[in-house]
Structure formats: structure tokens, C-alpha cells
Design a protein around this ligand. Structure first.
Ligand SMILES: [Mn+2]
Length: 290
């Protein structure tokens, strides 16, 4: 059995994939999976034709790029003990596997030591840890923060973050228009803000329920985060989110009621210049994110 499987998703990035995949495909003791996520350039066909050792998973009928689903779908075919999630625009150093393989140890996950907006999504974790945290949260839409949330939950589950040398991965530079090509939110700052707000709500819910949060609660939280961040940008007054976690019935001859345990969330603007929250536009490092 090989040590590690690379998972690369692609939708309209065939030009990048052509530059990066041949490097992944020649690494020893590894496998490689490309998730053709309804790619308009039919990247799966190119992969099968050019690099037949690479496994292709096709996910049809996906007009939107859903990063979390791409990665979870890729994971379904992984059999190796370790997995490296990465993107079509990440060029790996030919020594990557040689350097990283000896670093891998149980209950750890690995990112570039000082990852930036381009390389933040490249992460190695064990298959076991991935399943323990139930993978990526598919509630996240559009650009941003599903990777920070994944790292946060790995850490919470007891897997320690470790680094590999930054120069082993290089991001092929591109502008934001490519980043949001298949997104509804065309300004990455908007989806990044909504996704971060959602993550903060969810992390609090996880602490309150001491475990995974139900899909219905997450769905309410996500809708609120998207609507509420949009309202803040439009200068509209904030609206609270109340999520009832549990209800206790007190019902006998003398009283008929229930007590609920709820969490209340608010989202309010700080000062002007919310753009500063965004690590993206000018490629500032996000190494301090979880
Ligand atoms: Mn990129």
C-alpha cells in the first residue's frame, strides 16, 4: 500500500493542472486523484489520456465550485493512510515526498509553515483523522474559510498542526476573478466574511453541545451569516440569531411548559474598513488563522 494520496479538484483550471499534475503523478509511493467537478474543460478526459495512472472522479451537474464537496468526494476513493489535499494551481517541489514522508506521524496534520492565501488549502492529514472530524463541512459556499474550519476541527479532535518547509509548495499567481469564477459571490471578501462568521457561530455551538452540530442548526447559522454579513455591508441594522439547543419539558398537573437552552449571536460592524478583515486581496499571510 502506498503512503499517501494527493487529491486535486479542478473546474476550469486545466491550464494550471497541466503545469502541476505531472509533478504529482511522478512521485514514488503515492497515488493521485483528480476530482473533475463538472469541469467545462473536461479536465478528467485530459488526465485519463495524458496521465493514466491518475484516478479521475467525475462529479457532474455542479455549476458552482463547492470546495468542501470537491474534497469530500475525492476522499471517498482514498485507501492510503495519509492524504494530501491540494489545488490545481499548486506546483510541488520535486523533493516534496522525499522531505515530507519522514515527517508524517500519527495524530498530526501538516501545512506549509507560513502558508498564504494561495497555499493555505494544501494540507496533509491522516485518513483516520479526516473521518474522525467527518471531513470538510459542506455548508461552506463560495470562497474562504472551509480550510481554516477543517484545521480547527482537526486540532479540536487532538491532531496537532505541524509545518513543512514553505518552498516545497508554490502557488501559481492569479487574480481574484479566477478565484470566484464559479461562485455566486463575486467579491471574495463577502463570502470570506460570511464563512468566517458562520464558522465562529458553529465553533461555539460545538462547544455548547460538546460534539458535532446537527445539519439543521448549521444550516440556520449559515443562512444567518450570509444574510447578516450582507446587511452589515449595506449599513442595515443587525438582527440577532437565536439557536435553541435543547428543550426540557416541565409538564404535570400544575405546570405545562418547557425550558429551552439557547445561544444568541449578533453580528455588528466595527468601524469603516471591514476590508481589512480580508487576508485575500493583497496576498497577506493568513498564518495566524486557526
Ligand atoms: Mn489559487
Amino acid at each position: 500500500m502506498e503512503l499517501l494520496t494527493f487529491i486535486v479538484g479542478c473546474k476550469g483550471r486545466l491550464d494550471h493542472l497541466k503545469q502541476t499534475l505531472p509533478i504529482l503523478a511522478q512521485f514514488p509511493n503515492t497515488r493521485c486523484i483528480v476530482v473533475d467537478f463538472d469541469c467545462p474543460e473536461k479536465c478528467g478526459d485530459w488526465v485519463e489520456h495524458t496521465l493514466p495512472k491518475v484516478q479521475v472522479i467525475r462529479v457532474p451537474n455542479r455549476p458552482r465550485w463547492l470546495h468542501a464537496e470537491v474534497r469530500n468526494k475525492g476522499m471517498q476513493a482514498v485507501e492510503t493512510p495519509w492524504v494530501c489535499f491540494t489545488d490545481a494551481d499548486i506546483r510541488f517541489d520535486p523533493k516534496f515526498v522525499e522531505v515530507v514522508a519522514p515527517l508524517l506521524r500519527p495524530r498530526s496534520f501538516f501545512c506549509a509553515a507560513q502558508y498564504d492565501i494561495g497555499t493555505a488549502g494544501t494540507i496533509i492529514c491522516s485518513r483516520e483523522d479526516f473521518h474522525m472530524v467527518e471531513g470538510y463541512d459542506e455548508m461552506f459556499q463560495d470562497w474562504g474559510f472551509e480550510d481554516a474550519d477543517f484545521r480547527y476541527r482537526l486540532d479540536l479532535a487532538g491532531a496537532r498542526k505541524a509545518g513543512f518547509p514553505d518552498q516545497l509548495v508554490e502557488h501559481i499567481d492569479h487574480d481574484n476573478s479566477i478565484r470566484v469564477q464559479f461562485h455566486d459571490a463575486k467579491e471574495p471578501i463577502r463570502s470570506w466574511a460570511a464563512n468566517k462568521a458562520y464558522a465562529l457561530v458553529k465553533w461555539n455551538l460545538m462547544a455548547a453541545v460538546k460534539g458535532p452540530v446537527s445539519k439543521s442548526l448549521r444550516s440556520k447559522a449559515y443562512r444567518w451569516a450570509v444574510e447578516e454579513t450582507a446587511r452589515v455591508y449595506q449599513g442595515k441594522p443587525p438582527r440577532e440569531l437565536k439557536l435553541v439547543l435543547e428543550r426540557y419539558e416541565l409538564d404535570d398537573e400544575k405546570c405545562h411548559f418547557q425550558v429551552g437552552r439557547a445561544l444568541l449571536f449578533t453580528l455588528e460592524p466595527l468601524q469603516a474598513g471591514n476590508e481589512q478583515l480580508m487576508p485575500g486581496a493583497n496576498n497577506k499571510p493568513v498564518a495566524n488563522a486557526p
